[in-house]
Design a protein around this ligand. Structure first.
Ligand code: NAD
Length: 292
């Protein structure tokens, strides 16, 4: 039987509606909306689209959205000073700096500048440290959090004991994804560009998450019969978006699979809204009723 498609777009819309309801309830009591600042440096077209989508989603969630755009030649020092202004701005609960940054700016220094209490991307070392310590009181990176949400929705009997293989070891996707799967009691293997016999390793995966940025890299034979496949990759090929996975081939072996587009991408934005609401609630010492 061909794999069932995990409709990330619909699941994300449902989650965003819940976030909007919770945001309206809370803001009704406090008289102030949650605020998200999205910082864009330069004019990278893909980044511009991502920032626009985040702005739109923030407005739809009932948040204030502060779009902060700087020229590509802004100095690192000036950018840090601007970020410190956002750190000090009581209207701003969440700060996200759209990556990648121009080569003359260190993303490590920029990420370290963001107040960890407003780090809704979950990239600050304090938040990633909490994640790797199995703590849930920090911010979890949006894309892996969205993948986990999809997995929990899909695997109704729970994730404990499953063999999970993550392809990719970036700080943004691969590593935090592996940490989250471990915290769900999966047996986790992280693979990367130097991994040997990758196909043999993935063929044992009940859960396969791919985040390499290589179009149709994961072949049908690499996918175990009945596996759940989460395709994080976003690759532009001849003006079309493709995932990391040979979708058609993988559908023959997987039980469930995310499409590209319409799988993980919308979940990333929904989880950013969730993290912003979480930041707002923490700053205002309000209990967030919505847990994901
Ligand atoms: P990255 O370039 O930082 O990391 C890629 C990883 O893939 C590396 O760890 C590398 O070791 C691994 N890799 C490369 N070649 C490999 C090979 N031959 N075998 C095994 N592993 C290999 O990229 P990233 O930021 O982690 O993003 C990965 C993909 O996910 C990209 O396509 C990106 O656009 C996409 N992405 C999507 C979302 C979303 O919301 N859907 C969010 C973030 C990233």
């Amino acid at each position: 039987m061909p794999a069932e498609i995990i409709d990330g777009k619909a699941i994300a819309a449902e989650l965003r509606a819940k976030i909007a309801n919770e945001s309206a309830r809370i803001a009704g009591n406090t008289g102030r909306k949650p605020g998200l600042a999205v910082v864009l440096v330069g004019e990278d077209p893909a980044s511009q689209v991502y920032v626009r989508n985040k702005h739109k989603a923030a407005i739809e969630a009932g948040f204030n959205s502060f779009e902060t755009i700087f020229p590509a030649d802004i100095s690192e020092k000036s950018l840090i000073s601007e970020l410190n202004k956002l750190n000090d701005n009581s209207e701003v609960d969440g700060i996200l700096v759209q990556l990648p940054l121009p080569a003359h700016i260190s993303s490590d220094i920029v990420i370290n500048t963001i107040n960890p209490a407003k780090d809704v991307d979950g990239f600050h070392p304090l938040n990633s440290g909490k994640l790797f310590n199995g703590r849930r009181d920090g911010f979890l990176p949006c894309t892996p959090l969205g993948c986990l949400y999809l997995l929990k929705r899909t695997i109704s009997k729970g994730l404990a004991g499953k063999n999970a293989v993550v392809i990719g070891r970036s700080n943004i996707v691969g590593k935090p994804m592996a940490a989250l799967l471990l915290s769900e009691d999966c047996t986790v293997t992280i693979t990367h560009s130097k991994t040997r016999n990758l196909a043999e390793i993935t063929a044992n995966a009940d859960i396969l998450v791919s985040a390499t940025g290589k179009p149709e890299f994961v072949k049908k034979e690499w996918v175990k019969k009945g596996a759940v496949v989460i395709d994080v990759g976003i690759n532009r090929v001849e003006n079309k978006l493709k995932g990391d996975v040979d979708f058609k081939g993988a559908c023959e072996n997987a039980s469930f699979i995310t499409p590209v587009p319409g799988g993980v991408g919308p979940m990333t934005i929904a989880c950013l809204m969730y993290n912003t609401l979480k930041a707002y609630c923490k700053i205002n010492e309000i209990k967030l009723e919505l847990e994901i």
